[in-house]
Design a protein around this ligand. Structure first.
Ligand code: RIB
Length: 297
């Protein structure tokens, strides 16, 4: 059983700032780095580091070859990654003193994914395989429909939130992994229990994972609901915490682990990631995550 991440790759330009820029403000930053990122790339690295057989489909330009290297170094199969004659996607990321971030995206090659590319890539996968999607590439809705037509399982992290997500056939999704911003966008409710109630009655076949940062995360499916507290750590950079959670959670449930274990593993992986700077580079290995979990137990 293989998992395909069909998603984004970004060149992350990261600036350390005392606070997020205010409208009209010009401010100096105290540090700059250029890193491998993009929700698709980060989640693929998290899945692979967690131990999953992972393939990646997406698109970069010539300026993004180091992103392909980052995936390959993490043992992600990149045979479905397209090299296009267009700039790679990028992100301008402000990281403030407490580790929080604000992210501005430019889609670039991520927005050049076509339905034909999706059809060609998905023809290599068979029922029982899984596709993990986010919302940073073009044709996401088509990929979801094509994957389900082929009998693949689909996990969706609908991030970042966008108005058109309400038109996606979310009732087809097997795992919906979202944060409170995306939850509020989809349901209209700010209260986590109201979000979960609404999502579960709209998508009764899906397992829902709602991440709430410092307030931990909720899991709910047709049989159970459980809460996983956040693991307290000194945050350096919260970028890719949600991506690490998604990759670790999905790897665990795909290998038959119970949801409570998957949630605990994911929370510890994400906690370790926020203690390190960067996106893809901050994602821990399975050994590191399990050792950290045992140490905290
Ligand atoms: O989730 C973090 C990621 O969001 C960053 O790596 C950035 O590229 C954006 O896609």
């Amino acid at each position: 059983m293989k998992t395909l991440v069909f998603g984004s790759l970004n060149i992350d330009h990261v600036y350390q700032v005392p606070h997020f820029l205010r409208p009209g403000e010009t401010m100096d930053s105290s540090a700059y780095s250029r890193n491998a990122g993009g929700k698709g790339l980060n989640q693929a690295i998290a899945l692979a580091r967690a131990g999953q057989d992972t393939a990646f489909a997406g698109a970069i330009g010539q300026d993004g070859l180091f992103l392909r290297d980052a995936l390959q170094e993490a043992n992600v199969d990149t045979q479905h990654l397209q090299l296009l004659d267009t700039p790679t996607g990028h992100a301008i990321i402000q990281v403030e003193t407490a580790g929080g971030n604000a992210i501005l995206l430019f889609g670039g090659a991520n927005r050049c994914i076509t339905r034909e590319m999706a059809q060609a890539t998905l023809s290599h996968f068979v029922p029982g395989d899984c596709v993990l999607l986010q919302n940073e590439i073009s044709c996401g809705r088509d990929i979801l429909l094509l994957a389900k037509e082929k009998g693949l399982r689909v996990a969706l992290n609908p991030s970042p939130a966008s108005p058109d997500l309400k038109e996606w056939p979310l009732e087809l999704v097997d795992w919906l992994i979202l944060n409170e911003v995306e939850g509020q966008d989809l349901t209209g409710f700010a209260d986590p229990q109201a979000m979960l109630d609404t999502l579960c009655s709209a998508y009764p076949k899906a397992a829902i994972v709602l991440t709430l940062g410092r307030d931990g995360a909720w899991y709910r499916d047709a049989h159970q609901q459980l809460h996983q507290p956040a693991v307290p750590v000194q945050a350096v950079d919260t970028t890719a915490a949600g991506d690490t959670f998604t990759g670790y959670f999905l790897q665990a449930v795909l290998t038959g682990q119970p949801p409570a274990f998957a949630m605990a593993l994911a929370a510890h992986g994400a906690a370790l990631a926020v203690t390190r700077p960067g996106a893809g580079t901050s994602i821990p290995t399975a050994d590191e995550t399990l050792a950290f979990m045992n140490q905290k137990a």
